[in-house]
Design a binder for this molecule. Structure first.
Ligand code: SF4
Length: 279
């Protein structure tokens, strides 16, 4: 894909648009309308989750929600960096808590990672970096390319690859999306995505009591923050010097998925699902 963008001097989003136009036969206005629907749903789930009063989530864990509290307190932080990370984390908690309530589920790429991309889009939109709607569309398309590559060359399924395939891929999608929204070249998107995914490799899936709550809800916040970290490292290094390319990371994801002990593949037989005692 990078070779295509180089050869035709186009962005990742332009490549994705060309693919959508050719495959679906729809016009750009129709594709944009669908992208806007997804972007709207992502922003809505964050806003609903942030506004929801603290409550207890369904299921035996009796986990309290916290997106609203984290958001309110983050907004009072005097230091911009603390406020930014706090608000981004709250947005991811909000999206994931909405999933856990059985409300809107944003599968980008999966239900377990429902908070990551919505938080990234929220952080790029009117309440964050204030990127235009067109830039948000381009961000979503760049993120979709990363999800596509992971789906077709590795896996998006925790039952096959553990949490690296869910939160890891979502974080990689987020890294590419942030770079695209900032008009960075495709190589920065690739490097940001690769960095974010790289640092989730090996992550297991061990949902407590089989519910997508612990560790999933907080893990979405970490995935969103790592998307930004991946972007900021990629943006601020000499991109040609990056030693680990995204193809190698996706290959490692596929290989690690094959080697991972089945106990860590969404079975709730090990890890936190075993060590955390529910009273
Ligand atoms: S721990 Fe398992 S269920 Fe939870 S987000 Fe990760 S992959 Fe999904």
């Amino acid at each position: 894909m990078l070779e295509h963008t180089k050869r035709d001097n186009i962005t990742l989003a332009e490549l994705a648009y060309a693919n959508e136009l050719a495959i679906s036969g729809r016009d750009k206005a129709t594709i944009d309308a669908f992208l806007d629907k997804i972007l709207g749903a992502m922003q809505a789930t964050v806003k609903t989750g942030l506004a929801a009063p603290t409550s207890t989530l369904p299921g035996p864990i009796k986990l309290k929600t916290k997106a609203g509290d984290v958001f309110k307190n983050a907004m009072k932080e005097p230091l911009p960096a603390r406020r930014g990370i706090g608000v981004l984390s709250a947005a991811a908690l909000a999206g994931s808590e909405e999933n856990a309530r059985g409300h809107l589920v944003i599968t980008a790429p999966t239900g377990g990672s429902a908070g990551v991309m919505p938080a990234v889009i929220y952080s790029l939109g009117p309440d964050g970096a204030k990127k235009s709607q067109q830039k948000l569309r381009e961000a979503l398309l760049a993120g979709a390319i990363v999800g596509y590559l992971c789906k077709h060359n590795a896996t998006l399924s925790a039952a096959e690859g553990g949490c690296q395939a869910e939160i890891g891929v979502a974080s990689g999608m987020g890294g590419a999306a942030i770079a695209a929204a900032h008009d960075d070249p495709p190589q920065i998107s690739a490097n940001a995505a690769g960095a974010a995914l790289e640092h989730h490799l090996g992550m297991t899936c061990d949902p407590v009591a089989g519910f997508v709550q612990i560790p999933c809800i907080e893990r979405c916040a970490f995935g969103a923050v790592k998307a930004w970290t991946g972007y900021l490292i990629a943006r601020n290094e000499v991109s040609a010097n990056r030693r680990v390319d995204i193809d190698s990371v996706i290959t490692a994801l596929a290989q690690t998925a094959k080697d991972m002990n089945p106990k860590y593949k969404e079975t709730s037989e090990a890890g936190l699902a075993q060590s955390l005692v529910l009273c």
